[in-house]
Design a binder for this molecule. Structure first.
Ligand SMILES: CCCCC/C=C\C/C=C\C/C=C\C/C=C\CCCC(=O)SCCNC(=O)CCNC(=O)[C@H](O)C(C)(C)COP(=O)(O)OP(=O)(O)OC[C@H]1O[C@@H](n2cnc3c(N)ncnc32)[C@H](O)[C@@H]1OP(=O)(O)O
Length: 235
């Protein structure tokens, strides 16, 4: 049951889990809306439409937004369609198919870490024609964090050191790598890089990060949306 979207859950009750089929149907709908929103964002930052047209479209968008603001999840809720902390987060601003902010980055495992694929659009522009440096940091932070989770030690970033070697071209398929290189108690040390798909030997951006798995006694306070067994409470 999608308690996050159907109203507040009764206190101290565990929501009935949705069937796999219901979850897939919900994910497909979220993804479809995400795709349309990404197309809208890209069109909005590219358009040469007149001010009159922009005003008319803004009215239309306001009307559409009004259709989605009735029932909402609370700030710390973890949507039931999510696989937190190790898997897909559907509204992640980096990997989330449902987020218009996300390119989105598609993540798959490698022998020793994770690989991500995405293409940045004009909405992610920094210098004309190239990706925003903050976008590169966001891509790497997410993939490096996911690499920790994939290695069994999900954690939060406590440091991320970026090196920007060459500008990252827009509208060009990119390849992002992340790998855990060592651990020390709750700390994981991680490296990452961004190249184009066409030239994977030339690093455009590299990063070194440290991630810390929170003290288990603090997890519940940090993430109140998790149930005692570590699963999303679904709202
Ligand atoms: C079912 C379990 C679920 C657990 C889930 C855990 C994480 C899940 C989150 C995401 C994972 C999922 C997918 C990954 C995808 C994306 C990644 C996105 C990455 C981000 O977008 S993330 C946002 C930005 N990130 C922050 O918002 C962190 C703010 N931070 C804190 O919330 C605390 O910092 C915390 C909780 C991390 C640790 O707190 P704590 O109390 O558990 O640990 P404690 O203080 O004992 O430190 C232990 C050792 O880390 C050192 N240490 C700690 N913090 C340090 C710091 N800031 N600088 C330098 N060293 C630091 C200490 O010095 C000590 O080191 P030493 O032992 O050597 O002295």
């Amino acid at each position: 049951m999608h308690t996050s979207f159907t109203g507040p859950p009764a206190a101290d009750t565990h929501p009935t889990p949705a069937t796999a089929e219901e979850l897939e149907r919900h994910k497909a709908a979220i993804t479809r809306l995400g795709n349309e929103l990404r197309a809208l964002v890209e069109a909005a930052v590219r358009t040469a439409a007149t001010p009159d047209t922009l005003h008319r479209v803004a009215e239309g968008v306001r009307h559409v937004t009004g259709q989605l603001t009735g029932r909402r999840r609370a700030r710390a809720d973890i949507p039931e369609v999510d696989e937190f902390p190790a898997g897909t987060r559907i509204y992640s601003p980096v990997t989330g198919a449902g987020s218009p902010l996300a390119p989105p980055l598609r993540v798959t495992p490698t022998d020793d870490g994770l690989i991500g694929h995405c293409t940045l659009g004009i909405a992610h522009e920094g210098p004309p024609g190239y990706g925003h440096g903050g976008m590169s940091a966001m891509l790497l932070d997410e993939l490096m964090g996911r690499a920790c989770a994939a290695a069994g030690a999900p954690g939060l970033t406590i440091s991320l050191q970026m090196r920007y070697h060459r500008p990252v071209p827009l509208e060009t398929p990119l390849r992002i790598l992340a790998r855990v290189t060592g651990t020390d108690h709750r700390k994981s040390f991680v490296t990452g890089s961004i190249t184009t798909e066409a030239d994977p030997a030339t690093d455009l951006v590299t990063a070194e990060g440290v991630f810390v798995a929170p003290d288990p006694r603090r997890v519940r306070a940090l993430f109140p949306g998790l149930t005692a067994d570590g699963d999303p409470a679904g709202g």
